[in-house]
Design a protein around this ligand. Structure first.
Ligand SMILES: NC(=O)c1ccc[n+]([C@@H]2O[C@H](COP(=O)([O-])OP(=O)(O)OC[C@H]3O[C@@H](n4cnc5c(N)ncnc54)[C@H](O)[C@@H]3O)[C@@H](O)[C@H]2O)c1
Length: 260
């Protein structure tokens, strides 16, 4: 049987409280990993994270309310994880958000906020986790959540596109500098069906028609699910993917190969 058993692994996951982060948490819990998650929400608001992990696993998760753009919060999150579990084997660096602004209209504040959240926070957290990851039995793994916007994009999404494309460079550089002790890879999800995207469809006069129009543009005729992206995080963290390093894998239902 082809199974992935991460029951000896501790996974530190950012952005675990909603959307793709919940799918990542579910799949790591299914693989038996111990989870430490963070998000902007209070522990009370992070109920779904606890619920999902408890459904799938007997390992009680740790949750820390932390803003990844604040270095002190990152250090507190990493410290709490080590205090609870004594180790970190996998960094699942997922937290981020889209920033809709054109190159001319983008303010300095939007630019700084975006680069801090969607790029620098991944670097700062990787550096903080490095001492644990490089001593993890069997080797540590970093999986960074980039975006399909790193491959092709839309106008009016300027700072996000820049940061997500730069994350591919971060994945390459960490691979060059920290391998073989730490293996670094990226995931670039396409359009994933989350509550935020549902809210986006609801901004159209006919949300169902807009959803159908969007889905028709995908060779797979649908959007992706958080669990499908979570599955990639688990696979890439496992020994089955031990020769994968330095690349950011596009998982977009074939959308990127459509010319028009
Ligand atoms: N949803 C998509 O279609 C899609 C596609 C490609 C890439 N992505 C990427 O996937 C990741 C997750 O996106 P999502 O759609 O699940 O978003 P979401 O808004 O549903 O969830 C975002 C998560 O990140 C956390 N977060 C946001 N800002 C934070 C901060 N400053 N500090 C700590 N935590 C913070 C939130 O608490 C939440 O847990 C992001 O990096 C996003 O760029 C999403």
């Amino acid at each position: 049987m082809f199974t992935i058993d991460l029951s000896e692994k501790v996974v530190l996951l950012t952005g675990c409280t909603s959307g793709i982060g919940l799918g990542i948490a579910r799949q790591f819990a299914r693989a038996g990993a111990s989870l430490a998650g963070c998000g902007l929400e209070t522990p009370e608001q992070a109920g779904e994270f606890f619920e999902i992990v408890r459904q799938e696993s007997s390992q009680e998760p740790l949750y820390v309310q932390a803003d990844v753009t604040k270095p002190d919060d990152l250090a507190r999150f990493v410290g709490a994880t080590i205090a609870q579990f004594g180790r970190i084997d996998v960094l699942a660096s997922n937290a981020g958000t889209n920033v809709f602004a054109g190159a001319e209209a983008c303010t300095e504040d939007e630019w700084d906020m975006n680069l801090n959240l969607n790029l620098a926070s991944h670097w700062r957290l990787a550096r903080l986790c490095k001492p644990c990851l490089e001593t993890a039995p069997g080797g540590g793994v970093i999986v960074v959540n980039a975006s399909c916007h790193a491959y092709s994009s839309i106008a009016g999404c300027f700072p996000y596109n820049v940061a997500k494309t730069a994350l591919m460079g971060l994945v390459r550089s960490l691979t060059l500098e920290w391998s073989p002790a730490i293996r670094t890879v990226g995931v670039a999800p396409g359009f994933i069906d989350t509550r935020l995207n549902e809210a986006w469809f609801n901004t159209f006069p006919d949300p169902a028609a807009e959803r159908a129009r969007t889905e028709a543009q995908f060779p797979m005729h649908r959007l992706g699910t958080p669990d499908e992206i979570g599955g990639w995080f688990v696979f890439l963290s496992s020994d089955y993917a031990r020769f994968a390093a330095g690349q950011t894998y596009l998982i977009d239902g074939g959308r990127n190969v459509v010319m028009m």
